[in-house]
Structure formats: structure tokens, C-alpha cells
Design a binder for this molecule. Structure first.
Ligand code: 1CP
Length: 345
């Protein structure tokens, strides 16, 4: 067994396992060397390249888990979204969904065929990774829907909210298709051999509570109900900006709650069901601070969490592309050196 899987199941571990969101990506010079030669979508669609990029941060830092190099928008693309990644702008969808007609015109695709390159990457990775567990992932229906309706990144989801409030039947149609496609996608990843799953709901925190219940909790529950997970791989939900709604999130059938940097993670540890593990939550911008300050802040997070079985060290959101990799090494080394022996012996 691995530290990461043990912690995800709230079994006592000798130290906190560590991985970081977006660990495979732009802050690494060895990633940028590939990116200079290939388009982003070509990289995720080529299993050999996706495998190499997934392994880069494992080789360099010895993280306790690998996360598949891919993107949450592959599912949108499989449903017919005309997706591209524009330098300096991020994802762009040329045919956004703006009506019930648009939603009902989406493609009924067999995810196993359209996203077959993902299961091939997982197979390759499982043979390369040895004892390091592999995290599979998908975007939650709400966050993927936000890109499909907005057509690009949005700070406030203004277009999505207009759509959601004025055409709830169209929103329902879009979300229903996303729930089914995302469940098929995660079932494919589980069958291909991932050791855990993380669901990213990056924009859930922009919703008011009733909408959070309707468009975050309800669809994620429907999605989880559709999973076939015979080996019981642990499921993590990361929904940025939603720690106030911990009670709804921890009633979902999940094993790990991912926590953003704004939450008081030790306090959450006292409140939530002790059978649910916590993951997080160093401010990603803390990696810009001097190394002695950074080290102290990592220890400040580890100390209170050592008393609670079920803690996975991570950032409170993805690592930023201009962070110095040496700072990541300092974080990893600090977490690895901080044993829990004194607490459990
Ligand atoms: O230009 C480039 O080189 C591409 C940059 C890039 C990378 C490295 C994108 C475009 N996606 C990724 C990889 C990625 N995306 C991973 C790989 C595994 C890892 O974590 O290392 C994962 C898990 C994601 C997930 C993802 N994509 C999320 C959820 C997590 C989060 O950070 O909030 C979201 C919202 C996306 C959309 C997306 N794809 C890419 C970008 C730049 C964005 C975000 C745009 C925005 O802020 O709206």
C-alpha cells in the first residue's frame, strides 16, 4: 500500500503524503521543452507524451502520487465542443452552448472510443510508475459546463449565470449529458487502472447556496451513483471556494475533501466526519516567499494535522506557472522530513 492511499482511507501513516495540483505542467522547464515542440491538445492526445509529462514531476521531486496529464475539457470536446488552447488566454470553445437547442445538439458519443487515448496513457503509466499511485480525474459537471457556456475563462461566470437563471431546462439538459459522459469517462479510467479519482469543481465557489445544492451537489451525487468502483479507489472532491458548504460536501460518498487555501484546515478536521480525509491547503502564492518563511508555513500546516489520520499535503489550488521549482523541492523535502512518529508512538 502507499502513504497516499492509506491517508485517503484515513489509515495512520508515518508522515503526510504529498502531491500538488498541476504538478505536471508549465513551471517545469522539462515540460516547457515539450510544449515548445507540440500543441497542448496533441500532447494530451499522445499517450507516450502524456506519460512522459506525468512522470516528470515524479522523477524530479519524488511526489507520493502522480496525476494523469490531461485536461478537464477533454469531455467537453468529446461532446462536440470545438476546443482550442490560445496562448495567453487559455481554453476557447468556438461553439458555446447558449440554448436548449444547442444543448440537445451535443454529440452522443461513446467516451470509450473518443477518449481512448486516455485509457492508453493510463495503461502505459501503470507499467512505468511502480509503487507510486496514479490519480485519474475529471472536471465536475458544473465547472465543465461553465466553459461550454462561457466559451472561455470567466472571472464571474456572468454568461453562465444568465443562462442558468433564464433557461434552467437548457442547463438541466447540458448537465445531464455531462453527468453521463463524465461517469463513463471515470469508469473507463477506473477500469484502465487508476488508483484514485479527483473531481475538480474549480468554479463551484461562485454560486449561492441554493444553486450550489442544485448544480454542484446534485449532479456530483448523480455522477458518483453511476460509478462502478469494485476495488473502492478513493474519490476526492476539490471545489474551490466552498469550504463554508463542508457539511453538504462531506455527505457525498467520497473519501477525501480537497480544501482551498482560504479554509482553516485544522478547524475543518475537527468538524467533519473523522472517516473523511482532508487534502490541502497551502496558498499557491506562498511559493513566492523566501525559503525560511515557506518552510515555516509548511510546518505550521503539518503540525496540527499530524493528530488526525487522513491528511494529504497539497496546495489550496494549482501551482502557478512562474514558480521556481526549487521552492517545490523545499516543500516536498519539508513534508517528507516531518515524521509523525512522535504522535503515534
Ligand atoms: O499551455 C499549456 O501548456 C497548457 C497549460 C495546461 C496544463 C499544463 C492546461 C490548459 N491544462 C493543463 C493540465 C491540467 N489541467 C491537469 C494535469 C495534471 C496536473 O494537475 O498536473 C489538470 C488536472 C488540469 C485540470 C484543469 N484544467 C482544471 C481544474 C483544476 C484547476 O486548476 O482549477 C481547469 C479549470 C482546467 C481548464 C484549463 N486548462 C488549461 C488552463 C490554462 C485551464 C484554466 C483556465 C482558467 O483559469 O479558466
Amino acid at each position: 500500500m502507499s502513504l497516499y492511499i492509506d491517508a485517503a482511507h484515513c489509515r495512520p501513516t508515518s508522515r503526510a503524503p504529498i502531491w500538488i495540483m498541476r504538478q505536471a505542467g508549465r513551471y517545469l522547464p522539462e515540460y516547457r521543452a515539450f510544449r515548445d515542440k507540440y500543441g497542448f491538445l496533441d500532447m494530451i492526445r499522445t499517450p507516450e507524451i502524456a506519460t512522459e509529462i506525468t512522470l516528470q514531476p515524479i522523477r524530479r521531486f519524488g511526489f507520493d502520487a502522480a496525476i494523469l496529464f490531461s485536461d478537464i475539457l477533454t469531455v467537453a470536446n468529446a461532446l462536440g465542443a470545438d476546443l482550442s488552447f490560445v496562448e495567453g488566454k487559455g481554453p476557447v470553445i468556438a461553439n458555446p452552448v447558449r440554448s436548449l437547442h444547442d444543448a440537445s445538439q451535443l454529440v452522443s458519443t461513446d467516451i470509450r472510443l473518443s477518449l481512448d487515448y486516455v485509457s492508453r496513457a493510463i495503461t502505459l503509466l501503470k507499467s512505468e510508475l511502480g509503487a507510486t499511485p496514479l490519480i485519474g480525474f475529471a472536471g465536475a459537471p458544473f465547472t465543465v459546463a461553465s466553459y461550454m457556456v462561457e466559451g472561455s475563462s470567466s472571472r464571474d461566470l456572468r454568461t453562465l449565470k444568465q443562462f442558468m437563471y433564464s433557461a434552467p431546462d437548457a442547463m438541466e439538459e447540458l448537465m445531464d449529458r455531462l453527468v453521463r459522459a463524465t461517469a463513463d469517462y471515470l469508469n473507463m479510467q477506473i477500469e484502465a487502472g487508476v488508483d484514485s479519482i479527483q473531481i475538480f469543481d474549480t468554479w463551484a465557489g461562485l454560486l449561492s447556496y441554493p444553486e450550489f445544492q442544485e448544480w454542484v451537489i446534485r449532479p456530483i451525487r448523480a455522477l458518483l451513483n453511476r460509478l462502478r468502483n469494485p476495488a473502492g479507489v478513493p474519490i476526492t472532491i476539490f471545489a474551490k471556494g466552498t469550504s463554508a458548504f463542508w457539511n453538504d460536501l462531506t455527505q457525498l460518498p467520497i473519501q477525501v475533501l480537497g480544501v482551498d487555501w482560504q479554509a482553516d484546515i485544522p478547524a475543518l478536521g475537527q468538524l467533519i466526519n473523522p472517516g473523511i480525509a482532508l487534502q490541502g491547503n497551502l496558498d499557491p502564492m506562498m511559493l513566492y516567499s523566501p525559503s525560511d518563511v515557506l518552510k515555516k508555513r509548511v510546518l505550521r500546516l503539518l503540525e496540527p494535522m499530524a493528530n488526525r489520520p487522513g491528511y494529504i499535503f497539497n496546495l489550496g489550488h494549482g501551482i502557478l506557472p512562474d514558480v521556481n521549482p526549487d521552492q517545490v523541492k523545499l516543500v516536498v523535502d519539508t513534508v517528507k522530513e516531518y515524521g509523525y512518529e512522535r504522535v503515534y508512538s
